[in-house]
Design a protein around this ligand. Structure first.
Ligand code: GDP
Length: 527
């Protein structure tokens, strides 16, 4: 890549993730996207999904992570663009990872099960997207089934998610009678052909709703479909690029991922409308994607992903400039230069060495324990990207050792696992306990397995009376000191060195917030 072509290369990147509730069809649609991008030849080759019975079996999980890592970041060319699709863990216990992955994308695709509508996991993930006004595409899936009334679904998106819904196409029937979709903007009917799920489907189309072919297709329902379209046009939002880019309006597509129908139409518009790499805020200044100097931040660390490699990979979003093999980077937090010769990427399901990467791309750095989530790398400038969230855990356990002599290893293990984001660890001010926090139960299993496997310590969990954690901030040092003294029994230092209030109950938290109006109790902190 010559220097001259960098702005062009950046402008054609489209970096996104899929948000959905489990079972809505994320894996299926991912596979069809890869098929359309020629990244795989036959559907059915994307693996790494957990079977229904394996949810708490860490060994299986690890094996699967070995496979699924090849699909953690998927790059493929489409329509003159380079698409980077970032996978997010399907299991809800890993939702923190998902949240952080959303800070590394420029847009998201929301997949909704048409029979179920907007489900709670989607609501949570949308709330995270809203923190940065991430533009959202919507795909209403499973049109080959009897789904809910499409108008109700649009209403639900608007009401529950607080975003305007602009249908781009409209389904013609559903379930067994599903005939295809009518594009409201191009006046083209795309005809549904069942049974083409594992291959690139033909695009059979009828031009014009007024055509004889359209009349023949709709038969006696022709007039009522015309009325329906009139109604939809009148009652729904028009697509506007600016409102979409501002995260206020979502274009909505109907289709069925399983039959690979409607996915291509969606992807065609996606690569046109979705934003090219956007700038990112650093504590010091705004960094724009077309700056020549290299910069990037780490949003995820994954350990032992591939059993044959047994290493830890730090996933970095390149924010500006270009990565070149062998380049020197400044590890800004440590103030140290590092030379990176072996960054990896995951093209078309293969883990390969990257020669070059530009803003919008994701590269994987081999991590030997010096990289943490949120770390910034540059070509010399001291920068710290902001906005990589750290969420208050929802479950807490006290951790104890079977062998008290191993407390050093335990500390070290927990420190590293918390830097990776696998768990959060809290050290109470007034005791020598160690409390771990997680977003989901499965995280605890992972932590004890890895403590045993990698740090040779056997840890036991005990219940602990903690309802939630809040990071404590106060601009007035004297008031903070006062609070620190009076509330010491409930205060801890987290893995990053931040003061944290561990509330025993919801009521207690509310009382404390009332009693200490100058103290800011925050449910998230930034790395
Ligand atoms: P994920 O949990 O969101 O990754 O969901 P999957 O892609 O694994 O899909 C969940 C289930 O829904 C699987 O059994 C899929 O075969 C099925 N599924 C996905 N898309 C469709 C579709 O368009 N129609 C139908 N009928 N089933 C689908």
């Amino acid at each position: 890549m010559s220097n001259l072509s960098i702005p062009y290369e950046v402008s054609r990147r489209r970096t996104f993730a899929i948000i959905s509730h489990p079972d809505a069809g994320k894996t299926t649609i991912t596979e069809k996207l890869l098929l359309l991008g020629n990244a795989i030849q036959v559907a059915g080759s994307v693996k790494g999904k957990r079977g229904p019975h394996a949810t708490s079996d860490w060994m299986t999980m690890e094996q699967e992570r070995g496979i699924s890592v090849t699909s953690s970041v998927m790059q493929f060319p489409y329509g003159g663009r380079i698409v980077n699709l970032l996978d997010t863990p399907g299991h809800e216990d890993f939702s923190e990872d998902t949240y952080r992955t959303l800070t590394a994308v420029d847009s998201a695709l929301m997949v909704i099960d048409g029979a179920k509508g907007v489900e709670d996991r989607t609501v949570k993930l949308m709330n995270v997207c809203r923190l940065r006004d991430t533009p959202i595409f919507s795909f209403i899936n499973k049109m080959d089934r009897d789904i809910r009334d499409p108008v109700d679904l649009l209403d639900e998106i608007e009401e529950v998610l607080g975003i305007q819904a602009a249908p781009i196409n409209w389904p013609i029937d559903m379930g067994r009678d599903f005939k295809g979709v009518y594009n409201l903007y191009t006046d083209v009917i795309h005809l549904f052909t069942p049974g083409q799920g594992s291959v690139l489907p033909d695009d059979k189309r009828i031009d014009g709703l007024a055509s004889d072919a359209a009349r023949a297709l709709l038969g006696e329902n022709y007039d009522s479909f015309l009325e329906e379209i009139e109604l939809v046009r009148g009652a729904s939002h028009q697509f506007e690029l600016e409102a979409f880019l501002a995260g206020k309006l979502s274009p909505v597509f109907f289709g069925t991922a399983l039959s690979n129908f409607g996915v291509r139409e969606m992807l065609d518009d996606f690569v046109q409308w979705a934003p090219a790499p956007l700038g990112r805020e650093a504590v010091e200044r705004h960094v724009s994607a077309d700056e020549p100097g290299f910069s990037g931040f780490v949003f995820k660390i994954q350990a032992n992903m591939d059993p044959r490699h047994r290493d830890r990979i730090a996933f970095m979003r390149v924010c500006s400039g270009q990565y070149e093999k062998g380049m020197k980077m400044l590890h800004a937090r440590l103030g140290k230069d590092v030379r990176v010769a072996d960054a990896v990427t995951f093209k078309a399901g293969e883990r390969t060495l990257v020669e070059e990467a530009v803003a919008g791309d994701i590269i994987g750095l081999h991590n030997h324990g010096t990289i943490q989530i949120g770390d910034t790398f540059t070509t010399g400038e001291r920068l710290q990207f902001s906005g990589i969230p750290h969420f208050a855990p929802e479950l807490f356990r006290r951790i104890r050792l079977r062998d008290p002599m191993k407390s050093k290893q335990l500390q070290k293990g927990l420190q590293q696992l918390s830097e990776e984001g696998s768990t959060q660890v809290f050290s109470p001010l007034n005791s020598s306990d160690l409390i771990v926090g997680a977003v989901g139960q499965l995280q605890f299993d992972v932590v004890s397995y890895r403590l045993a496997d990698e740090y040779k310590v056997e840890a036991l969990y005990e219940p602990v009376n903690v309802y939630t954690a809040r990071w404590v901030y106060c601009s007035d040092a004297r008031k903070l000191e006062d609070f620190r003294k009076k509330a010491a029994d409930q205060l801890s230092i987290d893995g990053g060195g931040y003061l944290t209030y561990l509330a025993p109950s919801r009521v207690n938290l509310a009382l404390m917030e009332e009693r200490w109006p100058d103290i800011d109790f925050r449910a998230t902190r930034e790395h």
